[in-house]
Design a protein around this ligand. Structure first.
Ligand SMILES: Nc1ncnc2c1ncn2[C@@H]1O[C@H](COP(=O)(O)OP(=O)(O)OP(=O)(O)O)[C@@H](O)[C@H]1O
Length: 218
């Protein structure tokens, strides 16, 4: 099992007092499987994804990634887990503006010690980025930037891909094409995917779907 949440609860402090966002959420994801996380705006989807990435800690409950309980790791251990096992794709592409496409694609793989020029070349071609390798992010369209962001994540061959509305900034045909490509590449690398989406239509393309409502899995 790549990802497991057990009785995970999380509150944020607000001016009116603590606000519970997630209440005893259980969720698990096996290697090679894909799961869509849906729910209304504010239902806690991004919060859950951040907990799964070890970017934030739950108030109670357990988060395990690849068999490791995140709470038992120190900052360096969590950073190593993110670098070595987890890949993140966000709606805002988070490309490095000072690096060209090729260097952006290589960045995480190099950090993870898994830079593989042949795999990068294959991703570049299949993501339709050939010819754009020397361009900088600001010289790309939104769809092109998102394909670079997905390529950058997959170049490092993460075991677990966490994606937050990865096609949310794209028009529907472009978003559909980018998602289809991401699903194919995730399947080929044997990674597990947890994807947050507002879209029922996109959620239906993944193996399983869970819906968050008022902080609980509905
Ligand atoms: N750091 C924070 N401090 C206080 N409240 C927060 C914080 N982060 C998120 N929240 C609140 O927690 C709730 C859940 O936020 P979250 O971003 O997880 O929702 P979401 O389901 O991803 O929403 P969306 O679909 O709009 O992105 C929201 O009400 C939000 O205002």
């Amino acid at each position: 099992m790549l990802l497991r949440l057990r009785k995970v609860s999380k509150s944020y402090m607000t001016a009116e007092g603590p606000l519970e966002i997630l209440h005893e959420v259980d969720l698990s994801l096996d290697a090679g499987s894909t799961l869509a996380l849906t729910g209304e705006s504010g239902s806690g989807k991004s919060t859950l994804l951040h907990l799964a990435a070890g970017l934030d800690a739950p108030d109670s409950g357990v988060v395990e990634v690849a068999g490791q309980e995140i709470a038992t790791l120190d900052d360096a251990g969590r950073a190593a887990l993110r670098r070595g096992t987890v890949g993140l794709v966000f709606q805002q592409f988070n490309l490095i503006p000072s690096l060209d496409v090729a260097a952006n694609l290589a960045f995480h793989a190099r950090l993870a010690g898994r830079h593989d020029p042949r795999w990068q070349a294959e991703l570049t071609e299949r993501l339709g980025l050939t010819g754009l390798a020397r361009r900088y992010p600001e010289q790309l369209s939104g769809g092109q930037q998102q394909r670079v962001a997905i390529g950058r994540t997959l170049a490092a061959r993460p075991k677990l891909v966490l994606a937050d509305e990865p096609t949310g900034n794209l028009d529907e045909p472009t978003g559909d094409a980018v998602l289809a490509l991401m699903l194919t590449l995730v399947a080929e690398t044997g990674a597990a995917l947890l994807m947050v989406t507002h879209s029922e239509r996109l959620a239906a393309q993944l193996d399983r779907r869970v819906h968050l409502k008022a902080g609980r899995i509905a």
